[in-house]
Design a protein. Sequence first.
Length: 323
Amino acid sequence: MNGIIVIDKPRGMTSHDVVSVLRRKTGEKRIGHSGTLDPMATGVLPVFIGKATRVIEYAKDAGDTEAKLYYCDMRLGIETDTQDIWGTVVSQNEKIPEFSTIESVLKSFEGPGTQKPPMYSAVKVGGRKLYEYARKGETVEEGLIREREIYIKQIDVKHVDPDKREASFEVLCSGGVYIRTLCADAGKILGCGAVMSGLKRLKSDGFTIDMAVSLDTATDSVDLPLLPIDAPLGRLPRVEADKEAAVAFSHGRPIADNTGDHTEVSTGDNTEVSTGVSTGDNTEVNTAVTTGGETVRVYSAGSFIGIGKRTGDSKIHPEKVLV
C-alpha cells in the first residue's frame, strides 16, 4: 500500500498514536507523518504510507510563508507553565483588554519575526527534547534554546468574548510557528496573560482540512482514501523521461537534462523536446534551462518514478527512486 492519507487528528492523541493505529489497520510498517501536532490539537495531519514515506522530506517548502493555517482559541487572564490551558497555572489576572486592543496586539505579530521554542516542545538541546527537561523540573542553560526565524502572513481575529475571557483567531504562517507561544507572547504585551485553549490546523504544506477524514472513518473503511505519492510535490519542476532514460534513472544512473521544466529527457542526444510547463490554471508558459542544484520530480509515460537533482553537468541525478 502506497500513498498519503490526510487525517483530521482527534484531540487527546499524539501524532505517533495516529501512525500506530494506521500501522495496525494496514499491516504496513513504513508509515510516517509530517508536521507534528500537539496531543490536544486537532486537524490536518498528513500520513505517508509505504513508498510515500520517502517523499516526506520534500513535502515541506521552507520558504512557504503560507504553509500552515490554524484556528486558535485563546484564554485571557491566565498564564501556565505549558503556555496552554492544560498546564499548571502560574498567574491570573481578572482585567481583560477591549477587542480593539487584543486585535491590534495580535496583528502586530504579522510579518517576519523570531520565536523562542517553549520548554514543552520536541526541540532538542544537548541531545534531549525540551519537554524531557521540563517534565523532570530541570532547567536549560540560558542561551542554549535558540530563537528561530518565523513568518506570520496574516492573523484574523474572529471574535472576543469578555464574559468567557476568550478570543478566537486564524493564523496563516510559515512552518515552525508555535501558536501557544504566540498566545503567551500576546498575553505578556496585553498585560493580562494568555494561553492557548484550543487549536485546529486547517492547512499543512498544501494539505487542507477538506481533504481530511476522521481516524474512525479511515479505520472503518475497506480501502483507505489515499492520495498519490506525488500529491505534495506540485511546486517542484516536472520532467518527463523517455523509456530508456526511465530505465537508467530507476537503476540509479543520471540522465541527460536537455531542457527546462516539464520536458522530455533522455539518456542521449538528438531528442526532440518541448518546453511547455503547466502553471496549474491551464496556461502554458515557456521556460529556460534551469541551473544546477534544483530538485525535480521525474515521470515516465505520465507515471511518477522518483525525485532527482539537476546538476552543473547538465544531468539529472536520482535522489529517490520509487520504481
